[in-house]
Design a protein around this ligand. Structure first.
Ligand code: SAM
Length: 263
């Protein structure tokens, strides 16, 4: 099923949770001189217009990136905020970067980016936005595509898993994919985003993941007390998380939690 369009949700609370953590992981990993590969299972179109019809219809960014910037809840030199600023400089004041542009902003010459996106229009838009040396854009199923390029060269790297969770089985599919990916590419840092919904399907997924001996696990959930979102919260699960960034990760969680109306 391909009815989900991220343009309606860009810059919302779950997006800033995921994007700030992604930027923090990438910043830490690119501080080491060795080249790296970043791979995305579900890339989206890469660039969003918060002034556009879709974003305006839901108004979700007004609970996310808009107050995050206004209230200065993260330091001005935070890698997520520098990616937002660079995107706005290049594309206008209402532009918002998707995960591919955040990765492009932080990667260096010699690093490699593989982006999987199945939707024909999102894929076409991504090809326009993310075209650059070292960037490979694939129109194929994200899990099949990522497994086919794993382990990549360079072998040091990160995989972002960001499905649209349109169908219930996507939670367990994500857990199975993580185990298969880790077996094929054990050094990979893996970052998974998931929504917390009333049905609680994320709990089965977490049980499946926590029952394994995956290394360097990091897990964060922010519950939403006072938002207009249908979601009850936003979750992130990582394997082989970079070292030395726990304080920065806590800062992001606290900022998102504050915006979500938590005491
Ligand atoms: N990662 C993006 C970001 O943070 O900017 C947002 C991605 S959005 C949540 C999910 C995307 O997955 C949609 O653009 C959708 O078209 C795409 N998609 C859905 N099923 C897919 C599949 N099987 N393989 C690859 N992409 C898929």
């Amino acid at each position: 099923m391909l009815s989900y369009q991220h343009s309606y949700h860009a810059g919302n609370l779950p997006d800033i949770h995921k994007h700030a953590v992604l930027a923090t992981f990438l910043k830490a990993m690119t501080e080491k001189p060795k080249a790296m590969t970043v791979v995305e299972t579900h890339a989206g179109r890469g660039l969003y217009d918060l002034g556009g019809m879709e974003a305006q219809k839901t108004g979700e960014a007004s609970e996310g990136i808009v107050p995050l910037l206004k209230k200065k809840l993260l330091p001005a030199d935070h890698p997520f905020l520098t990616a937002v600023a660079a995107t706005r400089k290049a594309h206008g004041a209402s532009a918002y970067p998707g995960s591919p542009l955040i990765a492009q902003h932080l990667l260096r010459e010699g690093d490699i980016l593989h982006l999987m996106e199945l939707h024909p229009q999102e894929h076409a838009a991504l090809r326009e936005t993310a075209r650059a040396p070292g960037v490979n854009i694939h129109r194929r199923d994200g899990y099949e595509g990522v497994l086919s390029v794993s382990p990549p060269t360079p072998r040091r790297g990160l995989v972002l898993i960001d499905p649209s969770y349109e169908i219930k089985s996507e939670y367990m599919e994500a857990a199975s994919f993580i185990k298969e990916l880790h077996a094929k590419w054990p050094e990979a840092t893996i970052l998974l985003w998931y929504p917390i919904l009333k049905a609680g399907l994320h709990e089965l997924m977490l049980d499946a993941l926590e029952g394994t001996d995956l290394p360097g696990v990091w897990h964060d959930q922010v519950l939403f007390s006072d938002t207009n979102l249908r979601m009850l919260g936003s979750g992130l699960f990582a394997v082989n998380r970079p070292y030395g960034i726990d304080e920065s990760l806590g800062e992001i969680s606290a900022a998102v939690s504050r915006l979500a109306g938590n005491p």
